[in-house]
Ligand binder design. Structure first.
Ligand SMILES: *Cc1c(COP(=O)(O)O)cnc(C)c1O
Ligand code: SF4
Length: 328
């Protein structure tokens, strides 16, 4: 049973939601920043543990940049829109995205523990399309009827934001489907809210017959604090395979040192780099764009410095494609 209000839930409730409070805490003068004034539609949200990994007094801190609403979000850019990767066309059932062979993705919730300004789903109509409780049986029926599926991906939003009880119910349903061999969870929570990795959650995630893969999302080595490392260690002790996906972001990790340090740090805490995504062109995210040619050059330089297993696959997602497209 969940305690009525566990420590991770308290930590989440205490996340920063005010730019002024965040700037004050970081000893930054908000008036010096080209801030976005009205961001009610996609509010600021940053757990304190993530803020603790930011450098004080540095308005260009790579972690701060990921969460700070800037006026640049209002610039309109050609080729940027609300549904950049064609998710809306891939909805098979409410909450079910079926784009690729053998795997299906569930939009478990629209909520996240952190709001990343570059998010490709920041304009996603979650209210209509997330997997609400009443829709789980239909999603399971869809998966059951598609015998070619091997893997179910829990995504969102952040699937680890839902309660243990709901998660357990969903996982039990999925593990009951004989053709599903793997359950994969795409979550940023182990990085931004490691206290969520409670013993109860780890037990729920572990299963004898169905393997669990957790794909974290970290973009910079500074995100990977000792608390995150501990959480990863405990996940691995529970036989959970750990991978990481990142997004190549201007002003965050668009340099060789940042990318190599991220890969090295990930490996040190037991995580392998999986994907480095080229930015999806979602409205409001253009100021994060790094050109594909610069991205390719950076990844080629990584290949010259790191063993192959520490070089993530540099990919982009294209609406209608049957897999993520390798850029190198
Ligand atoms: C990215 C994505 C996946 C996972 O792709 P992999 O290459 O298996 O990591 C699956 N379904 C959807 C809809 C996706 O967007
Ligand atoms: S955690 Fe993932 S889904 Fe949530 S805002 Fe960040 S990038 Fe988007």
């Amino acid at each position: 049973m969940n305690p009525p209000f566990s420590s991770w839930q308290r930590e989440l409730a205490e996340a920063f939601s005010s730019v002024d409070a965040l700037c004050r805490h970081l000893q930054i003068e908000p008036h010096q920043l080209p801030l976005l004034e009205d961001f009610k539609q996609f509010p600021l949200r940053v757990p304190r543990g993530f803020v603790d990994c930011m450098r004080k007094g540095d308005p260009n801190d790579p972690l701060l940049r990921q969460v700070l609403p800037l006026a640049a979000e209002l610039e309109s850019r050609e080729g940027y829109d609300g549904d950049p990767v064609g998710d809306l066309d891939a909805v098979a059932e409410t909450g079910v995205l079926h784009k690729y062979h053998g795997r299906v993705l569930l939009i478990v919730t629209g909520g996240c523990a952190v709001h990343c300004r570059y998010c490709f789903r920041r304009n996603f109509p979650y209210d209509e399309l997330q997997l609400s409780n009443g829709k789980i049986d239909e999603a399971l029926a869809y998966i059951e009827s598609h015998r070619e599926l091997r893997e179910v991906i829990l995504s969102g939003g952040d699937p680890l934001l839902i309660s243990d009880i709901k998660l357990q119910r969903l996982l039990t349903g999925l593990r009951g489907l004989k053709h599903i061999e793997r359950i994969r969870i795409h979550s940023r929570i182990p990085v931004v809210l490691p206290s969520r990795m409670t013993d109860n959650l780890l037990n729920i995630l572990t299963h004898r017959d169905t393997r669990t893969i957790l794909v974290l999302h970290a973009n910079h080595a500074n995100e990977l604090s000792d608390a995150v490392a501990d959480a990863c260690e405990r996940l691995r002790q529970h036989n959970i395979t750990l991978l990481n996906q990142s997004v190549l972001l201007r002003g965050v990790n668009d340099n060789l040192t940042a990318l190599c340090d991220l890969s090295e740090r990930l490996f040190n805490i037991g995580v392998l780099p999986y994907y480095l995504h080229s930015l999806d062109h979602a409205t409001g995210t253009g100021h994060f764009e790094v050109s594909e040619s610069v991205g390719k050059q950076l990844v080629r330089q990584m290949q010259g410095l790191l063993p192959g297993y520490l070089v993530p696959k540099f990919v982009k997602e294209q609406a209608g494609a049957h897999h993520k497209l390798p850029l190198i």
